[in-house]
Write a protein that binds this ligand. Sequence first.
Ligand SMILES: Cc1cc2nc3c(=O)[nH]c(=O)nc-3n(C[C@H](O)[C@H](O)[C@H](O)COP(=O)(O)OP(=O)(O)OC[C@H]3O[C@@H](n4cnc5c(N)ncnc54)[C@H](O)[C@@H]3O)c2cc1C
Ligand SMILES: NC(=O)c1ccc[n+]([C@@H]2O[C@H](COP(=O)([O-])OP(=O)(O)OC[C@H]3O[C@@H](n4cnc5c(N)ncnc54)[C@H](O)[C@@H]3O)[C@@H](O)[C@H]2O)c1
Length: 456
Amino acid sequence: MSTAGADLDFDLVVLGGGSGGLAGAFRAAQHGARVALLEPGELGGTCVNVGCVPKKAMWIASELADRIALASRLGFDVPPSPGFDWAGFIADRQRYIHGIHGSYRKRLDEAGIVLMPSRGRLDDAHTVACEDGTRLRAGHILLATGARPRALGIPGGELAWSSDDFFDLCDPPGRVAMIGGGYIAVELAGVLQALGSRVDLFARSERLLSHADDELAVQLAENYRQQGVHLAFGYRLAAIERDGERLRLHDQAGAHSDAYDVVISAVGRQANTAGLGLEDAGIELDGDCNVVVDAQQRASLDHVSAVGDVTGKATLTPVAIAAARKAMDRVFGGQADARLDYEGIPTVVFAHPPLGAVGLTEAQARARHGDGAVHAYRVDFRPMAHALADRPVRSLFKLVCVGEARRVVGIHLLGEGADEILQGFAVAMKKGITLDDLHDTVAIHPTSAEELVLMR
Ligand SMILES: Cc1cc2nc3c(=O)[nH]c(=O)nc-3n(C[C@H](O)[C@H](O)[C@H](O)COP(=O)(O)OP(=O)(O)OC[C@H]3O[C@@H](n4cnc5c(N)ncnc54)[C@H](O)[C@@H]3O)c2cc1C
Ligand SMILES: NC(=O)c1ccc[n+]([C@@H]2O[C@H](COP(=O)([O-])OP(=O)(O)OC[C@H]3O[C@@H](n4cnc5c(N)ncnc54)[C@H](O)[C@@H]3O)[C@@H](O)[C@H]2O)c1
């Protein structure tokens, strides 16, 4: 049945079928709400299509490349340059992603959620218009339109690829310039270098990963240099220019770089709030065009909530999902106090090796609690596999504790397995563990994780 041009009524209209929008739609439907969800692209949004999922797949491939090199140093008979069928791997990755789309469609059907394959905009505070003219009257609106790569805004900036374009690659590029020093630049640089590209990373900042503990950021940079990634810090990019088939960077002092096959820009993301009619409907945006929300995801109109990247707060998939569920529990589940606790959110950068963090860095703890109250513990070691192969790769684990009781307020892990180790320790930290609690726990030997209960 065509709905074009009709006026339809729903308890909830969701804009965006990514991590936050889908989670919110499912939770509201569970509470008995009549829900419509608008998504002009593929279901799953950034995470499933151009974010966490394809990125993790590429990271797995790059970790395998490293394991093959390790195996060859440990006596396995590996050909000198084992081939990697990049295009074949991409086909497997996309088949996996296609399966996720199918499972979302099935779940939406089963939950009775009406999927509109359309961009939406607010005609007024209670009416969402679809591109075909259909107007949806909504008791409540959930804004979950996510974010997109931030443009470079310099001459030739359009010559740079974004992370979205990276996922379209069917062949590995030879020489790559990576612009940025945050999550995406670090992850994609690591993947490309491990899969055979030669990567130069240009960061405006003086170090990698501004959210990470200083010491881990320094150790990660050292590990990247050993892997052959060239790192330029304090770099002021002024322009990108063509040089035949290749591209060169120009800095603000007028110096030009080597020539690259591909320049990838990863300089942050911009909320998708333009053209949605938000401000006309009375919804406040901040100076970066994020939707302003209170601690319960309420936008400046009581019947509008916003979650995920469109709010610019802790822009991670599990955060978007958890915030959406809490908001819908509040609106449709009778849980007036439901809110997401934004403290102690664990996160992993899928670097080589991965870097996981939860809670305060040492510097943040000193600023918050004072130097005298902070006790930092660190252990720096070679994981066994690398030690066996006599490779210089090092892990660095760090605990930040406060007060006489040595309550753990920060856990920072750089090293093999950090991505899988952190989750359980993040639970423990949220429960308020102390250093003594860690010491009271028997170690699992021989592992990297045991270092966390042995640190003194
Ligand atoms: C390269 C990369 C790697 C990442 N890796 C990780 C990771 O490993 N772990 C992690 O936790 N996070 C990761 N993230 C972040 C994560 O992807 C986002 O935080 C998450 O996807 C945000 O979810 P969201 O629902 O807010 O937005 P999105 O998932 O972006 O969904 C928004 C949806 O809204 C739709 N939309 C836009 N405008 C409209 C409109 N007008 N009407 C209707 N629909 C609209 C879009 O098409 C999109 O599908 C990564 C991000 C990137 C870019
Ligand atoms: N593993 C994960 O969980 C994961 C992975 C990727 C992305 N993400 C999420 O997506 C967000 C966006 O990632 P991102 O890497 O784009 O952003 P980011 O905020 O992590 O890093 C942006 C980087 O760009 C630099 N920068 C900004 N403007 C610049 C300019 N004009 N020239 C040069 N450098 C400039 C900044 O100094 C910073 O190093 C992350 O903050 C994170 O929340 C998460």
